[in-house]
Design a protein around this ligand. Structure first.
Ligand code: EPZ
Length: 459
């Protein structure tokens, strides 16, 4: 039985119209906060969103003696790493919550303290989410890792030395692991098959401001020359292109019109091309991007997710909801996460027609083709969606359920709504600003419970 306090009631059928604002990227800001740990001077980070991933990292930094204070302007943090100290293992475990970011503390803590502890990690259930690349990389720098019941203990008895690393897959987190370790390691590190997402580039900008020496070659090779010491930084985080795309998909699915203040064309170009192919309209100005449904039918498309500059996997789930309203058969091939299409079963429960396949459909063969993962989908549309009981599976799938409930006819009860706070700042307020007809937790007199709850009440 889901806690009533975590249920959002959505009265569907109202187009979302108005303006919202996105702040710094969820997938950059926590990493820039960890980077401050490497500095010998305080750092100032601007554009920080009030989301759970940021609060978790703020708490973990404070556990390690870093002072983190709000700055003079909204969304500004001042981080002072001059008194870094060991933290109590139980506290780290309790604080890490469902975030995966703690793994990125390894390099900085090994540099600052000579040891680190990483509890078992969380993160969205969209695939195995292994961290084998991370530990392989740290060992290549000279870390010694001991697996214990409560987590991994790391030491660097001979310090950390630069090395040649080739990632088996352009993993964002593993690339960040290399960057945060190599900048103070002795000598040069050469990283091939690196991830080059805009958030990675922004993290490199942060590190360069601190005094690091990092180059990115045209063949996805990143070279880092270790330095003795790093200073602080003042940096405005790139805006969240993933949140912006989620609202754009919501505009399409609800036949609405949303101005996303802060959205930037440069990091969203691939999304914008796809949006236009589906039949969405957008207008770009210096402060943001307006997304709207221009009327008429939407076009079915063949979509394949990939690493940057391909179609970002985090854009996929919200857009799939819009594809249920497109005329014809759309094909979606998810090549980054093996289980990121599971959320579609609930959409089918609402009236969508989505079939999943183990084969690599609509594009090139990927890692999952012969491994029995349902990682391709065929979406037949348009279909009328009916309100339903929905239980949020993961961050982007959860936001996709919000979009589906808003696009559907009738009432939906969305359970586990608090998970969305991990990556979408003030999303209930934003929905209200866009005219959504919703009853947030605490505003519905218990009618928000799931049907089992109602049945129990009757019995
Ligand atoms: C980051 O996750 C993002 N999260 C994800 O966004 C994003 O989808 C992903 O990068 C890809 O762009 C954050 O930045 C907090 P990966 P990360 O390492 O670093 C495999 C969202 O919704 N892999 O690039 O964990 C892995 O299983 C989230 O905002 C290994 O096999 O992703 C996956 O198949 C979801 N072993 C692929 O690489 C490893 O050690 C990509 O993972 C590491 C990864």
């Amino acid at each position: 039985m889901t806690d009533i306090a975590d249920v959002l009631i959505v009265h569907g059928g109202t187009p979302l119209e108005g303006e919202i604002r996105v702040r710094g990227a969820k997938n950059l800001v926590p990493k820039a906060m960890v980077a401050a740990l490497l500095g010998s001077e305080p750092s100032r980070l601007l554009g920080v969103p009030d989301i759970r991933d940021v609060r978790v990292v703020r708490g973990l930094l404070q556990l390690h003696g870093v002072t983190v204070k709000s700055g003079e302007t909204p969304g500004e943090l001042v981080l002072d790493p001059r008194r870094v100290e060991s933290a109590n293992v139980a506290d780290i475990d309790a604080h890490a919550g469902s975030s995966r970011i703690p793994i990125l503390f390894c390099g900085p803590l090994l540099h600052r303290l000579g040891h680190a502890f990483i509890p078992g990690l969380g993160g969205c259930d969209i695939g195995g989410r292994p961290i084998d690349f991370h530990f392989d990389v740290l060992r290549q720098f000279g870390a010694v890792i001991e697996k214990r019941a409560d987590g991994q203990y790391l030491e660097a008895p001979k310090g950390l030395r630069g090395t040649k690393i080739r990632l088996p897959y352009p993993s964002v987190g593993s690339t960040e692991q290399v960057l945060l370790t190599a900048v103070l390691a002795e000598g040069v590190t050469e990283l091939t098959n690196a991830a080059v997402e805009p958030e990675i580039e922004d993290l490199i900008c942060v590190l360069q401001k601190m005094g690091a020496i990092i180059s990115m070659d045209t063949d996805r090779t990143i070279r880092i020359t270790g330095v003795e010491k790093l200073g602080g930084y003042k940096h405005r985080a790139i805006p969240d292109r993933l949140e912006a795309a989620s609202w754009a998909s919501a505009a399409l699915a609800t036949e609405g019109d949303i101005y996303v203040r802060g959205a930037q064309q440069r990091s969203m170009m691939t999304f914008l091309n796809t949006y236009r192919k589906v039949g969405g309209a957008f207008e770009i100005d210096d402060e943001g991007i307006r997304f709207w449904h221009p009327g008429g039918p939407l076009n079915a498309i063949a979509l394949e997710t990939d690493v940057h500059p391909g179609f970002q996997t985090d854009w996929q789930q919200p857009l799939v909801v819009a594809l249920t309203q497109a005329s014809g058969l759309s094909i979606v091939h998810e090549t980054v996460y093996e289980s990121r299409l599971g959320f579609t079963s609930a959409l089918n429960q609402m009236g969508a027609h989505i079939q999943l396949y183990r084969e690599c459909l609509g594009g090139s063969a990927c890692r999952f083709g012969q491994r029995n993962f349902l990682h391709s989908a065929v979406v037949s549309g348009p279909t009328k969606l009916q309100g339903s009981d929905l239980v949020i599976p993961d961050l982007r799938g959860g936001f996709s359920y919000l979009i589906a409930a808003l696009a559907a006819q009738g009432i939906s009860r969305v359970h586990g709504i608090s998970l969305i706070n991990r990556g979408y700042e003030n999303f209930l307020e934003k929905l209200r600003d866009l005219g959504a007809n919703i009853e947030p937790p605490g505003e519905h007199g218990g009618t928000g419970g799931d049907r089992r709850g109602e049945a129990a009440a009757v019995a």
